[in-house]
Design a protein around this ligand. Structure first.
Ligand SMILES: [Zn+2]
Ligand SMILES: [Zn+2]
Ligand SMILES: [Zn+2]
Ligand SMILES: [Zn+2]
Length: 269
């Protein structure tokens, strides 16, 4: 009696799992312990081949070599028997990109998702305004800035020269490209011999799209200029990178407390 009831219950459970499959035959699963996909020994994500000892302890292939084919848990031989069941699970798992909440739709196998994420163009950046906590993809940040802080950025067009006037005490200026909403961060920092002007682009550090800029500080009879590629930053920075700055010596503008800069920015090809 008991046996037949439990086998009925079993087949009910099986059919309910199958009925939860999506139309493309996939099944969404929640891992309550995501570490089961890591090697027990080195804690790195498991990759195929996966080996097991006779007691069923599993290890990645590099740990088998390092442990000289002795299972660290029970000292039995390891590195000769593959654990096909775990390998099949690893092969079938697909993960969404960690930037899915910022709009990335990529879903990939375990062995590929890390490479994608290191280059993902949806990598989030934070709003460069001191009192704002917004975080989003570059595109979302551009839209956010237009909506919430319309007057906080100097709007410019690529390949067109414009002038920025900085006063004593200014620390930065935010520039926004009219063409595509990309934000740039012009920092103005006090150094021993003068003031350093640095241009950065707000965007993912791995971004393949680069932007060139030229900054000119003109005064009667002389021009200081710097042409370079804007390094990416992912939000407000207090201390800009010291490399790639234009140093404007003290008293370059005479007794004036204003720094006039002529700037041009354009996408690199
Ligand atoms: Zn390992
Ligand atoms: Zn073992
Ligand atoms: Zn992504
Ligand atoms: Zn904001």
């Amino acid at each position: 009696m008991e046996d037949s009831r439990s086998s009925d219950g079993g087949s009910e459970r099986r059919s309910s799992v199958i009925s939860r499959r999506g139309t493309n035959g996939t099944l969404n699963v929640i891992f309550t312990d995501p570490q089961i996909l890591d090697c027990y020994i080195c804690c790195e994500p498991l990759s195929i081949p996966v080996f097991q000892c006779e007691n069923g302890h599993i290890a990645c292939s590099s740990c088998c070599t390092k442990a000289q084919n002795k299972c660290p848990s029970c000292t039995l031989a390891i590195g000769y028997i593959r654990c096909r069941a775990i390998e099949k699970v690893l092969e079938s798992i697909k993960l969404p990109c960690q930037n899915a909440i910022y709009g990335c739709k990529t879903v990939m196998g375990l062995n590929l998702i890390n490479d994608h994420e290191s280059l993902c163009r949806y990598e989030p950046c934070s709003c460069p305004l001191d009192n704002c906590t917004f975080v989003g993809s570059t595109e979302q940040l551009g839209l956010h800035f237009t909506k919430k802080h319309k007057d906080s950025a100097k709007i410019f067009s690529y390949n067109t020269r414009f002038t920025i006037c900085l006063n004593n005490g200014d620390t930065h200026r935010i520039l926004k490209a009219e063409n595509d909403g990309v934000l740039f961060f012009l920092s103005y920092t006090f150094e021993i011999f003068g003031n350093a002007v640095t241009m950065n682009r707000i965007g993912p550090l791995s971004s393949e799209k680069k932007f060139c800029y030229e900054i000119k500080a003109k005064t009667l009879g002389s021009v200081l200029s710097l042409q370079s590629i804007a390094k990416e930053i992912q939000g407000l920075i207090k201390v800009p990178p010291s490399k790639g700055s234009l140093l404007i010596p003290n008293e370059y503008f005479g007794s004036s407390t204003q720094t006039m800069l002529e700037i041009s920015i354009w996408p690199a090809h």
